[in-house]
Design a protein around this ligand. Structure first.
Ligand code: GAL
Length: 831
């Protein structure tokens, strides 16, 4: 198992120094054509993305432990530059941005870290992780061969590497970091831009290498990654992928567990059968590193969501849900997959697969080591039909679109399409209403000192420097007494063209219309008949940014806000162009200037009786923390669009008023997945619930502040707890299982049920051994049903936090239909 690739000189030098100075037990991390080599061992590494600022530090130990329990070896995270360097040279590594603490927790749990420094990260994160001040560095051009950009990128990357070194966090120092990343998916840009992009990519590679991290660097989606940097794959499937040199291992840095949620688009889900199939396909082809993007997606708190229109929830349908709870059966099925893969590890790292055909759409990939280890993957890629294949003289039944894993080349311990793990149905349980007061955000209440007047239209991000979503554009229109529309009633038409992302138009203080772009196109045009009076009229436009773009090139060129033209049509003179008249600008809201979201700010003004359906309204309520330890959320269904703060902390943007449009419906795991395949929420808000981290709450007297732009009904807002509704399982008699493999007791499949911590099974809602139908929440008996199906579950499970039942006829009082393949299906309540 000697590594065939010569380690980079830098890597060697570092290893040598360490060996000499500390006679440390750790060697540099290297790689060869088969795998990443840690401590001299080739490893099959299973990894999951958990982004530290997308949860609160109090959640980190539990998330990391659940990743470990789920069978992962590595936690992968990006490093979020704009969170760490909010203004040039001013660094922030506290709270949710305490990177070192996060990495140390991963180490404590005994896992490795893959640190994707970027520092461009994409990640549906505001501005792709770039600090906004970078856009205003003179002469800057992003992600290309540009000196000012490269200087800042190098400075930050170096800062992070030095910090990791001084905290002794690289593997050769006894730390957990085994891999790093520079840039992110630069390949497609290089393709577009040619020479300057190529120069930049090789500069980035050299710059990274010179930092002597002692661990391999990777560049994801970058076919040109220069040696010794490893190019890796990102995608829904990566079994087509090979690295650019034969001496590099085959690595998958982003196995997408589903996709992100955007305001106005349906919510994506990826069936675990298909995800497991994708991963097994990659391993079967010789891949040795798989990272789930995301393993825990979490929440885009405050204004960290990228955009435009990335939702506050970054749940991603990940194995750990937004709240950090296990998503079942996804988490459990992947855990079983990981156990099966790990049983194959000795054969996988030692040999290349030998393929043989088992049928038209069926094949075997066999890994056989010289020491006798043998592992086989049997694949049926047919999208519809089961296949019965024969392999090594035995018969195997393969469900459609699936792979069976045989760690001894004989026994199926896992099939990607046979989900034996429990299914948990989550629910949002009412946990308290709120008593509101409101405060009106006045329009045009600014003093001359607070505002700024000039001729023409100004770009929004330049004005706000992204300190706020909001920029007021105000202008005045004089209407002469003899304007015909004053008597004809044919109101003139106002047209406002904006680069995005949302806009409320007020005429003489009244909301006259709202427009917004979409995930596909942030640009928007307002057109509407407006009611003007004779004399001076005020046109006030509140332009709103909804997260800055996170993907693309030349970030320095991106714009938002009203760039014009702005015209008024239907006057005696015809069309009047307002673009080049005087406009008055106000950055942010009055309420923001007064810090109404904070305890001190909110007590500095008089709040009144709560109003409803009124645009531009601040609401506040005090509440006590609901009892228990379940995760909490706010149900915002009755509201339009705005932002939420609790005890001064930003929960994020909410926008239930933007209903998801797209195609939803039945979801079949079989066949190629893409992000629009298994969607929900069509016609409903893309995001209704907003995570409230418990650690942000005091036992009593918590301040909740909301700014509503459109007008909503705050009496409809409630606090909810996220709990498990029903727990189900659906296990067939011949469910493959690792437990069976170990005991060589092949026949015995088992149902396992587990309640959340501290809860017990109180009710068996449904049980059937036979041929039941339906899915969790609406099962029914089929043609074959054992009459004593309930008894064994009652006996083994009631009042237990956990229980197991063997799926054998004897357990259910005998075989109800000999010769038919039966399943045990059960639904229980935990309380
Ligand atoms: C990838 C990118 C990630 C993330 C993902 C979509 O292309 O590398 O950062 O944006 O797409 O969720």
């Amino acid at each position: 198992m000697a590594s065939s690739a010569p380690p980079a000189p830098a890597v060697l030098a570092v290893a040598l120094t360490v060996a000499l100075l500390a006679s440390s037990a750790w060697a540099a991390v290297t790689y060869d054509r088969k795998a990443v080599v840690v401590n001299g061992q080739r490893r099959i590494l299973l990894s999951g993305s958990i982004h530290y600022p997308r949860s609160v530090p109090e959640m980190w130990p539990d998330l990391i432990q659940k990743a470990k329990d789920g069978g992962l070896d590595v936690v992968q995270t990006y490093v979020f530059w704009n969170g760490h360097e909010p203004s040039p040279g001013q660094y922030h590594f506290e709270g949710r941005y305490d990177l070192v603490h996060f990495i140390k927790l991963v180490k404590q749990a005994g896992l490795y870290v893959h640190l994707r420094i970027g520092p461009y990260v994409c990640a549906e994160w505001n501005f792709g992780g770039f600090p906004i001040w970078l856009k205003y560095v003179p002469g800057i051009s992003f992600r290309t061969d540009n000196e000012p950009f490269k200087a800042e990128m190098q400075k930050f990357t170096t800062k992070i590497v030095q910090m990791m070194k001084s905290e002794r966090l690289f593997e050769w120092q006894g730390g957990p970091i085994i891999l790093s990343q520079i840039e992110n998916e630069f390949g497609p840009l290089e393709w577009d831009q040619g020479e300057p992009a190529k120069d930049y990519a090789s500069w980035a590679a050299n710059m990274a290498m010179a930092l002597n991290t002692g661990v391999p660097w990777i560049m994801c989606k970058e076919d040109d990654a220069p040696d010794p940097i490893i190019n890796t794959c990102n995608g829904f499937y990566c079994d087509w992928f090979s690295p650019n040199k034969p001496h590099k291992p085959t690595m998958w840095t982003e196995a997408w567990t589903a996709w992100y949620t955007g305001f106005g688009i349906p919510v994506p889900h990826r069936p675990v059968e298909d995800l497991a199939y994708g991963v097994a396909k990659f391993i079967q082809k010789g891949g040795s590193f798989v990272n789930y993007y995301m393993y825990h997606g979490g929440t885009n708190f405050e204004r960290t969501a990228g955009g435009p229109f990335i939702a506050t929830s970054y749940d991603y349908d990940a194995p750990l849900d937004e709240y950090g709870l296990l998503r079942e059966p996804k988490w459990g099925h992947l855990k079983e997959l990981h156990r099966a893969i790990k049983l194959c590890e000795p054969a996988l790292v030692a040999a290349d697969p030998i393929l043989s055909s088992l049928g038209n759409a069926q094949k075997a990939s066999v890994f056989r080591s010289s020491t006798g280890a043998c592992a086989a993957f049997l694949e049926n890629k047919h999208k519809l039909s089961y296949a019965r294949v024969s392999f090594n003289g035995m018969h195997y039944d393969l469900p459609p679109w699936s792979i069976s894993i045989l760690p001894d080349c004989k026994t199926t311990v896992f099939n990607t399409a046979r989900v034996g793990s429990q299914i948990s149905q989550m629910k949002m349980e009412w946990a308290g209403g709120l008593t509101w007061q409101s405060y009106n955000e006045e329009i045009n209440s600014f003093s001359e000192l607070e505002s700024f007047t000039t001729v023409g239209l100004l770009e929004q991000i330049n004005m706000t420097r992204d300190n706020t979503d909001y920029l007021w554009y105000t202008t005045y229109v004089d209407v002469a007494k003899d304007e015909q529309f004053l008597t004809s009633g044919k109101n003139p038409k106002l047209t406002v063209m904006s680069a995005g992302h949302a806009l409320h138009v007020f005429i003489n203080g009244q909301l006259s219309g709202t427009v917004y772009g979409s995930v596909e196109n942030p640009k928007l045009t307002y057109t509407g008949k407006v009611k003007l009076w004779s004399g001076s009229n005020t046109i006030s436009c509140l332009s709103i940014a909804v997260g800055l773009p996170n993907v693309g090139e030349h970030f320095e060129t991106w714009n938002a806000g009203i760039l014009g033209p702005v015209t008024l049509d239907g006057l005696n003179e015809g069309k009047r162009d307002l673009t080049w008249q005087k406009w008055t600008y106000q950055v942010g809201l009055k309420g923001e200037a007064m810090s109404l979201h904070s305890l001190s700010g909110s007590s500095s003004v008089e709040w009144g009786e709560p109003v409803q359906k009124q645009p531009l309204t601040w609401y506040k309520a005090f509440f006590n923390a609901p009892d228990g330890d379940e995760p909490l959320a706010l149900d915002m269904n009755s509201m339009g669009k705005g932002q939420i703060w609790i005890n001064g902390q930003g929960i994020g943007r909410y926008w239930p008023g933007y209903k998801a449009s797209g195609t939803c419906g039945h979801c079949d795991y079989r066949g190629e997945y893409n992000e629009t395949k298994c969607q929900t929420n069509c016609g409903d808000p893309s995001q209704r619930w907003y995570h409230v981290p418990r650690p942000w709450l005091n036992p009593t007297g918590n301040l909740l502040v909301i700014f509503e732009e459109w007008g909503g009904d705050p009496t409809g807002i409630s606090m909810v707890k996220r709990t498990t509704g029903s727990v189900c399982a659906d296990v067939s008699e011949w469910q493959p299982s690792i437990k069976n493999w170990r005991t060589k007791d092949y026949e015995k499949a088992e149902v396992h049920l587990q309640c959340d911590h501290g809860r017990k099974i109180t009710e068996i809602k449904f049980a059937s051994f036979g041929t039941p139908q339906g899915s969790c929440g609406n099962y029914s008996e089929g043609g074959c049903h054992a009459h004593r199906s309930y008894d064994i579950f009652k006996k083994n499970c009631i009042n237990q936090e956990w229980c197991g039942v063997s799926v054998v006829p004897e357990a259910f009082g005998g075989d109800p239909c000999p010769g038919t393949m039966k399943r045990a299906v059960v639904e229980v309540t935990c309380s």
